[in-house]
Write a protein that binds this ligand. Structure first.
Ligand code: GUN
Ligand code: ZN
Length: 455
């Protein structure tokens, strides 16, 4: 697959359009919705977004307009925390995080010494994301540098904007998954040189979490972070109470779990931490002060019984928040299903999380938090043309419910609570269609592919 065939001519899409120019929980005008909208795309970028009646006269003569009336176009979803090597072990049962890591995660990640397996998994993983309407993700690879090469190569072949990194892990894990402070530094530096800002690819320094890194490794990671100010940093923090206890015993003398990362210079813009559940007010204040992003992973937190993320406290502190699946701890690749569970987790903490805000958090909100607001997460002119066409009639139940919705919030709420990959009609990356629901995927079971050929 190449992107060389990307059309330089304009193309246009007529549908309902939704984009955001701010957080709708702060300003109701931040959600921009066109009931009969037109999206014009050229050279992989958005040229114009607006009302059909206003924009149609501006179309270059002969520009094909795809009539998608009845469907809703939104910016491509951004998943801010996901592990591609865990694709094959999603839905593996275990009594909590630490046994789950030992029993399923580490043995599965061992397989990524095999480059062919890594490429095949990366390919399937990206197809699954696109089928769910996710066009950008912050991706954990394994400790093996070839696992990151595989993910980036598959992403580049599809011209996707992905952020990924090789995991750093030099203690408290099986010997076969261990690097060293020096080799982790060298491999990360090499991967930054090879992939960061190459096309749409971006690198993330990825210490797995504090317990699996020595102080020397966190120190080396901090050195690399300082050297490369625009590189991302991703890790896990305060996910599970047993983990927090373990961290306290491994790193005595720190004010909190988060403080360990702070000590090594790993809190900053473009740093993203999964979970952030067992935090205190000072932790949240420090996240806000440094512009560090909390990645909320509701399906994972419920599945592993990790705890309930507190939106009220996050908002009070001004802590940047985005949504994520955390597959394979998470139980779905779908950001719609992630919104469904995020809403319920918020309900349990007494917070009403609207669908409009969740769509913002999964698009423009994530892009703003990640310092990518000029590139993705929006249908604004000049931005990269990553978008999703949602089908309100995807299932009989969704059709019945959306026939009766009386506001934008109700429509988005129906998508969030009842939708999944079936609601994603098409996905576009840099203006090119990269998924169509009704076409059988290359990775589909053989019988389904044969059936399509016969048909
Ligand atoms: N903490 C350290 N590693 C992991 C992981 O792979 N998944 C989750 N959910 N938490 C972690
Ligand atoms: Zn994770």
């Amino acid at each position: 697959m190449t992107h060389s065939a990307q059309a330089s001519a304009q193309s246009a899409f007529r549908a309902q359009l939704l984009t955001f120019n701010g957080d709708p929980s702060r300003s109701p005008e931040a959600a921009v919705f066109h009931e009969d909208g037109l999206l014009i795309v050229e050279d992989g970028h958005v040229v114009a977004t607006g009302a059909y009646a206003a924009l149609a006269p501006r179309l270059a003569p002969g520009t094909p307009v795809q009539d998608m009336r009845g469907k809703l176009i939104v910016p491509g979803f951004i998943d801010t925390h996901i592990h591609y090597p865990q694709t094959d072990m999603i839905a593996s049962p275990a009594p909590g995080l630490l046994p789950w890591l030992d029993t399923y995660t580490f043995p599965t990640e061992r397989r990524f010494t095999d480059e062919a397996y890594a490429r095949d998994t990366a390919s399937f993983f990206l197809e699954e994301l696109l089928a769910c309407g996710t066009t950008t993700a912050l991706v954990y690879c394994t400790v093996h540098k070839q696992s990151a090469d595989a993910l980036f190569a598959e992403s580049e072949a599809r011209n996707l904007r992905m952020v990924a990194g090789k995991v750093l892990m030099d203690r408290n894990c099986p010997e076969f998954l261990r690097d060293t402070a020096q080799s982790g530094y060298d491999d990360s530096a090499e991967l930054i040189g090879r992939w960061h800002n190459r096309g749409r690819q971006l690198y993330a320094l990825t210490p797995r979490f504090a317990p699996t890194s020595t102080e020397a490794q966190l120190e080396a990671c901090g050195v690399l972070a300082r050297k490369h100010a625009d590189v991302f940093v991703q890790s896990h923090v305060a996910e599970n109470l047993d983990e927090v206890k373990w961290v306290n015993s491994l790193f005595p003398g720190h004010r909190s779990y988060l403080d360990i990362y702070d000590h090594y210079g790993l809190l900053r813009r473009r740093a993203v931490y999964g979970h952030c559940i067992h935090f205190d007010a000072e932790d949240r204040r420090r996240m806000a002060q440094t512009g560090t992003v909390a990645s909320h992973c509701p399906t994972s937190n419920l599945f592993l019984g990790s705890g309930l993320f507190d939106f009220d406290k996050a908002d009070e502190a001004g802590m940047p928040v985005a949504l994520a699946t955390d597959v394979g701890g998470g139980t779905s690749f779908s950001m719609l299903q992630t919104m469904n569970e995020a809403h319920k987790v918020a309900r349990l903490t007494g917070h009403h999380l609207t669908a409009t805000r969740m769509f913002y958090l999964a698009t423009a909100g994530a892009a703003a938090a990640l310092d990518l607001a000029d590139k993705v997460g929006t249908l604004r002119p000049q931005s990269e043309a990553d978008f999703v066409v949602l089908d309100p009639q995807a299932t009989p139940l969704l059709a019945r419910r959306t026939a009766r919705t009386e506001s934008l919030e109700e429509l988005l709420f129906a998508f969030a609570l009842l939708g999944d990959d079936r609601a994603v009609y098409e996905t576009y990356a840099a203006g090119r269609r990269v998924h169509r629901r009704d076409e059988v995927r290359a990775h589909a079971p053989r019988a389904a592919r044969l059936a399509q050929v016969v048909a």
